[in-house]
Structures are given as structure tokens and as C-alpha cells.
Ligand binder design. Sequence first.
Ligand code: FAD
Length: 469
Amino acid sequence: METIQTKVLVVGAGPGGYVAAIRCGQLGLETTIVEGHRHGGTCLIKGCIPSKALIHAGTRYEEITAHAKKPAMGISVDEAPRLDFEQTIAWKDGIVDKLSSGVSGLLKRHKVNQVFGWANFINAKSCVVATENGDLKIEAEHVILANGSEEVSLDFLGDSEHIISSTEALSLSEVPKHLAVIGAGYIGLELGIAYRKLGAEVTFIEAADSILPQYDAELTRPVSNWLKKNKITMHMSCKAMAVKDLAKGVELCFENAEGNEQTINADKVLVTVGRRPNTKNWGLENMCLDMDGDFIKVDQYCQTAMRNVWAIGDLTGEPLLAHKASAQGEIVAENIAGNKKPFDPISVAAVCFTEPEIVSVGLSPSEAEAAGYEIKIGKFPFAAIGKAMTMQAGKDGGFVRIVARKDNHLILGIQAVGAHVAELSNQFALAIEMNACLEDLAGTIHVHPTLGEATMEAALQGLGHAIHI
Ligand code: FAD
């Protein structure tokens, strides 16, 4: 078997692994990356990017359909639009292909050796990769594990080709007439809403009594209102039990909130009940690493229990987000190069690309109080922001909310809900990372007209003197 030695071996070319490898290359470290599927990982191939493409296509289709039904802003469309969903998926695949080959190009530019195949570890610093040219043994001084995560499935539902995961939901050949979604977390909601906009009837089965249970009701209310207005059926406090194939589609049986069995018929059943770290079938058991529940245990430098073995991204625990994985990837490269740096963000922004969007950075009011802070809250509605009105984005009940310490006005958290608020998330994260106070946000001249003015006004409102309300 051919054997190669490398200073750094990265396993997995998702947003954690490929960023780590590029930064290692920039720092002059001889680096090899192994990927068993495609460059870009879950995020780029079957997660963040394709889901946002589908959401965008759904929104566009919904808007044109609305104009066909009822002219608005002086724009009328004579006929209802037609949807060629295979073309939509091909367009989405085109974006994915371009970005995936872009990652490969970036790795090449930074002189990262790329190996294709599944890595199997025989000990902590060596693995064997089954490449198309035969087995290749790689021995490394440093190993960065970035193997990512996979969907949790519900095997007890039974066996049916109509039960799909988020991966399959991103590549269907047609829009299902009726899509049942098990799990109203952010992935289920993003996809369910996209399919509703594309014309599917959508029903959710959720075990908890609220959608997006990690967020408070004030923040999720505009999303709940959209679901209601758009006739999405929500079965809350319900447990999916079984799926039975019918001549066409399936029957989904669930236990309802009263504890009784209930059934619905659907064309597809999308299971989005969470993700778990990819810890099986690649020799993790041969590496003598410590675990933290299902995840690989790491310290603040992303160092595992084994010297010079590092782990990043979804493999290491919550939050399972691409930007967290990438940030850890950069930190680990720096640490290997001898620039000791901890992974110590004050907060990692989380965004739900629902309708409308939700952003949360740092502590919510109840989390801040539970942590013992006396707080002040500044809140400002998009209904009073001119730019929101010009974008028809002011009527969905959206707002920006800032949570600050009462004594010195240090900002502890910022949340927002509303159309396009994902674009405000970096401003929020920066404010917290820089230890900004209400006065800093209120005193920053915000461009008019922009949605970001709501952030400044929320800070002013927290100080007791918002201008436009
Ligand atoms: P991954 O992206 O999972 O990459 C791991 C890679 O390792 C894979 O390519 C895999 O093939 C490879 N691999 C694993 N084991 C081996 C092995 N033994 N040998 C060779 N290769 C191996 N996050 C966000 O921040 N924003 C979003 O909007 C968002 N939307 C999402 C939507 C969906 C539908 C899904 C499913 C996820 C979404 N996520 C989102 C989550 C995001 O995709 C993950 O947090 C992110 O991809 C994790 O990056 P990672 O590098 O840790 O692992």
C-alpha cells in the first residue's frame, strides 16, 4: 500500500475542514485533506446553500403568483406562473456545483493536497483511504477531524420510499401535493415554508408545544402568524408513530395532544428531527479520544484528549452551524502554526431563514435574567422603518430587540424577526463581540433608509428616547 506523510491531515471538506486546510496552507503548513463525498460538506452540498436556493425560488414563485392573483405596486401578471421544478432543482444544483468546485480551486491555490475517498483511522495519527487508485495510507503529525454530522432518522416509522430526509427534500423531482413534516425546528420550517410557497399543502407534526422551542414566543410569533395565514396545519404536542404506504403516497399515523391516534395522508413525509455527529464507520474507536455525550470532547483550543489531534464543527457539539465550524477551523490552523488562540466567541449568531427570518445573538431576556443580570430591553418595530415599508416588509410583526445590562448598558443579546433580518446578524454579532453598550449602537450614524436603522432605534428606545415612535 502506498504511504504518504503530511504535517497536517484534515478529514472532511465541509466549512470546518476546508477552511482549516486553506488557513493551514496560508500559514505554510504542508496539508492533506481527505473528502469521501464532495467538497463543501453538508453546508454546501445538502444544507445551507441548496436550502437557501430553494427558499429563494419559492419566494419568487409565491410573489409572482400573488401578482397574478391581485396586482400590487402597479404590477400585474396576466397568467399564473408555471413551475418546472426539475429546472428549479437544476438551477440549485448549478450553484452547488460552482461553489463546490470553487472550494476545490481554493484548496489547490493554497497548495493543499486533495485526496478523495473515505478515511479509516487505524490509530490516532494514521488512516487508510480507499481511493479509486487503491488504498492509500496517510501518516500525519497533526490530525484535524471535521467529519460533520448526519440526519437523525426515525426508523420506527417503517420503511417507505416516501419518507425523506432534508437531503432528499432538496432534490425532489416534483413538488409534493401534500408534504408532512415531522419536526418544527429550523430545518423543517425552512423547507416546509419553501414548499408551501411552491404550492404544496404542508402539515407539521411536532412533539413540543411550540415551534423553534429555543426561541421565545415574542420572537417566533410572526413566524407562527405566517404559518397560520398561509394555511399550514400545525399538530403540536404530537408524536409521529408509523407510516404506511398507500397506492399513492402514504398514511402517517401520530399520537395527538390528547393521546389518541390520528392519521393524515401525504405524498411525502419529511423527517427533520435533528442531526447527530458523524462518529461511526471511520475508526474513531481506534483513536482513544474522550467523548462528550455523542460528540468528540475538545478544549477551548479544539484539542482532543490525544496530543495533536484536533476536532472542529458539528463533530464537537452545539451549535451545529457552518460559521462556527469555519471559525474553529481557522483557530486550529493558527494553533498548529504555534499562534496559540482559543475558540472563545462571546456568542455565535443563529439565523432561521423562515418567513419571516429570525436572528438571535447572545442572551434572550429570560436567559439574561436567569444568568442573574438586571436588564433593560430596547425594542423597535419594522412597521415604523421607512425602508421596511418600501420593501413590503413592515407588516409581518417584525422588530429588533436589544437586551442590555441595566447598570452599565452593556449589550448582552440582540434578537430580531422580520423580512431579510439575516443580513443584520453580523452587525448584531459585532456589537456583542466588541462589548458595545446601548450608547454605542445609538451613537452610530445608521444609513437611511435601511433596515439596520431599527437596531439604532431599538438602542435609543432602550435609553428611553427612540425618535421614530
Ligand atoms: P460537514 O459540513 O457535515 O462536512 C463534513 C464532511 O466530512 C462531509 O463532506 C463528509 O463527506 C466528510 N467526511 C466525514 N467523514 C469522513 C471520512 N471518514 N472520510 C472522508 N470524508 C469524511 N448551518 C448554518 O450555519 N446556516 C444555515 O443556514 C444552515 N442550513 C442548513 C440547512 C440544512 C438542510 C442542513 C442539513 C444543515 C444546515 N446547516 C446550516 C448546518 C451546516 O450545514 C453544518 O453546521 C455544517 O455543514 C457543519 O460543517 P462541518 O465542517 O462540521 O461538517
